[in-house]
Ligand binder design. Structure first.
Ligand code: 1SD
Ligand code: ZN
Length: 279
């Protein structure tokens, strides 16, 4: 069982999780002038059925989408196919904060992470999470516009139900994650080697970041900001899953703090290069 960590005291992460102070940490700032054009980077795409109803879970750090059908990340110079394990988001208190990666030091209000793991050689995500370069995350930054992004509605419309509980909730209609990607996500992307942006900060993530951005309205962003920091362990105990139940229930907060920001500070690039599919 892991120790608790939070976004207020990020400096402390490396005390419990050594990797968090390693040499290939994420996120990073991406200076678009300094990226290296790499003509060898082939197109990358998600293959599979993104169109079914999905389940969402407030895990106390983010809202995670679990898809019903298998979807794979294919191409992009990856070593084999990578299977989608979950999709989640990072946001902040206002329109000037939220994304984890920044372009030219500019932070956008939302970042989506499609987390995938290498299929060959690993049984499931947790096994692959221990491997070498066995995770691949596709990240997309969202900019704020006045119109709602209708493709986010199946998710945004159930966030209220997820705000106080980690109980899985079915989306309102199919959530087509593919529609949340920029149209040219397959050919216009950046690539670098990094880590998970949350503890244990494992340094085995092949990052792909769309050069294009998607959109979201302020109203939709506010639904993310209204989620609460649910205590998943206490909830499980309260549901009778452990013998610590009475103690845990008494410690459960009736009014947990808002999960109004969940982005990690920019990490040192060290000697790393960011490659790009475009000049
Ligand atoms: O923050 C997420 C974390 O919640 C978990 O999903 C992990 C892997 O499952 O990935 C990190 S991140 O690096 O994709 N932000
Ligand atoms: Zn993430």
């Amino acid at each position: 069982h892991s120790t608790h960590w939070n976004y207020e005291d990020q400096e402390a992460w490396s005390t419990g999780y050594q990797s968090c102070s390693g040499n290939r940490q994420s996120p990073i700032d991406i200076s678009l002038r300094d990226v290296q054009f790499d003509e060898q980077l082939p197109n990358i795409e998600f293959v599979g059925d993104f169109s079914s109803d999905a389940t969402i879970v407030n895990n106390g750090h983010t809202v995670n989408i679990i898809l019903k059908n298998p979807v794979r990340l294919v191409g992009g110079g990856l070593d084999g196919d990578f299977r989608v394990a979950g999709v989640h988001f990072h946001w902040g208190v206002d329109r000037f904060s939220g994304s984890e990666h920044t372009f030219n030091n500019t932070r956008l209000p939302l970042e989506m992470h499609i987390v995938t793991y290498k299929e060959s050689g690993y049984l499931d995500f947790s096994e692959a999470a221990q491997g070498i370069n066995s995770l691949a995350v596709y990240g997309v930054l969202f900019r704020q516009v006045s119109e709602n992004n209708i493709y986010l509605n199946p998710l945004v419309n159930v966030l209220k139900q997820a705000s106080y509980s980690s109980k899985p909730i079915l989306t309102k209609g199919p959530l087509n994650v593919e529609k949340l990607l920029p149209l040219d996500y397959d050919s216009h992307y950046l690539r670098y080697f990094g880590s998970l942006t949350t503890p244990p900060c494992t340094e085995n993530v092949i990052w792909t970041i769309a050069i294009g951005t998607s959109t979201i309205s302020e109203k939709q962003l506010n639904e993310f900001r209204n989620l609460r920091i649910v205590d998943v362990a206490a909830e499980a105990a309260a549901a009778g899953e452990t013998t610590a139940a009475p103690k845990m229930i008494s410690q459960m907060k009736l009014d947990p703090p808002k999960l109004d920001h969940n982005w990690r500070w920019i990490q040192d690039k060290k000697n790393r290069k960011v490659r790009s599919t475009v000049t």
